[in-house]
Design a protein around this ligand. Structure first.
Ligand code: UD1
Length: 342
């Protein structure tokens, strides 16, 4: 019988791509999502790619009784991948309690249920945001974490601490925190991708929406940073590459290949690209000219960050494979599909 994996936030951007990779590797996936920032049709699109619609339960993981009822109903879950969380940096500054409640309580409920319902394996979506602006680049997993710039960032840090402490107290449980750099792009089928509500905060959805004519102009936040072209630099990683790392992490836990019962991995490409380089790569790969202008810096932005990937590469046997242009083209194909552009 195939092993059953719970994917929380499985209708979201990274979650949906991970569900596809898990199903394609033969796992039986159950998705839990409250659909607060995603759409139920994603499940049908997953099924168009994989031939199988994942099982689905709609509820809020901050609801303890419903979370327990879920594990009563699904006693065969062997591992959890926990994506479900609020992730808008600006909103988290306005509504810190919403962010702390959603992101911390859901994690604690799941960890409690792991003990109670004997689910031993847990993979968590963390972020390179925990590093702040590191003094030395690239950042390794041992690079010290810094004070978070936002309540959102702090929830990632505190969730890591909750995991670490829980693993110390319950040595029968195993978990991995994956620190994502900047996930971009979409599945090559253009059936799933990133679909932000309202005006996008993140760079690539803003680029593709501008190219599609939904936005007049992309604003590049600052060209006076200490980088070769003055714009900020990030480690942009293809979302399918990122999704595949989750399958590897799950297999590491299920096969007892982990070295400690709480492990951390950076998930990036190892390359830093600037915002202006990304715009050029988008124009080159899609042939679409982008309307953009340089404006002032965005509050809270990190100047530059990219990952040291050797630990993830060697220890997980995983490597990001897709290039920037291919990835940006996939993002554009997805945007065109969503907007009905030929
Ligand atoms: C942001 C969060 C990060 C979070 C991630 C989730 C901050 C400081 N960081 O990452 O914690 O994990 O989102 O998705 O908010 N840019 C423009 N114009 C735009 C949009 C972005 O120039 O319209 C620039 C930004 O200034 C930045 C780069 O593009 O230099 C990437 O921005 P974004 O996609 O928002 O990601 P991060 O800020 O790296």
């Amino acid at each position: 019988m195939s092993k059953q994996i719970l994917v929380t936030g499985g209708t979201g951007y990274i979650g949906s791509h991970t569900v596809v990779e898990l199903q394609q590797e033969g796992y039986d996936v159950v998705v839990v999502d409250n659909l607060s920032n995603s759409n139920i049709e994603v499940l049908d699109n997953i099924a168009k790619i994989t031939g199988k619609k994942p099982q689905f339960e709609q509820f809020d993981l901050a609801d303890r009784a419903k979370t327990e009822a879920f594990f009563e109903k699904y006693p065969n879950v062997e591992a959890i991948i926990h994506f479900a969380a609020s992730k808008a940096v600006g909103e988290s500054v306005e509504k810190p309690l919403l962010y702390y409640r959603n992101n911390l309580v859901s994690l604690m409920n799941l960890m409690d249920c792991m003990g109670k319902y004997d689910v031993k394996n847990f993979v968590f979506s963390s972020s390179c945001t925990v590093y702040g602006q590191p003094e030395k680049l690239p950042v390794t997993e041992a690079t010290p974490r810094q004070d978070a710039e936002s309540p959102y960032g702090n929830t990632k840090k505190v969730c890591e601490d909750i995991m670490s402490d829980t693993m110390k107290a319950n040595t029968g449980l195993k978990s991995i925190a994956l620190r994502y750099f900047n996930p971009i792009g979409a599945h090559e089928s253009a059936l799933i991708g990133e679909l932000p509500n309202g005006v996008p905060n993140n760079l690539v959805p803003f680029i593709t929406q501008t190219a599609a004519g939904l936005r007049d102009e992309l604003k590049v936040f600052g060209d006076d940073y200490n980088t070769p072209d003055g714009s900020c630099m990030r480690d942009f990683i293809n979302v399918v590459d990122l999704a595949k790392a989750h399958v590897v992490a799950i297999e590491r836990l299920l096969n007892d290949k982990n070295k400690e019962n709480y492990e951390i991995f950076n998930l990036g490409t190892g390359n830093g690209s600037s915002v202006l380089e990304l715009i050029n790569a988008f124009e080159k790969s899609t042939g679409v000219k982008l309307n953009y202008s340089i404006v002032g810096r965005r509050a809270g932005d990190i100047e530059k960050i990219w990952a040291e990937t050797s630990y993830a590469n060697n220890e997980l046997g995983w490597k990001a494979e897709k290039g920037l242009e291919e990835t940006l083209l996939s993002a554009w194909n997805w945007e065109k599909k969503v907007r009905g552009i030929k």
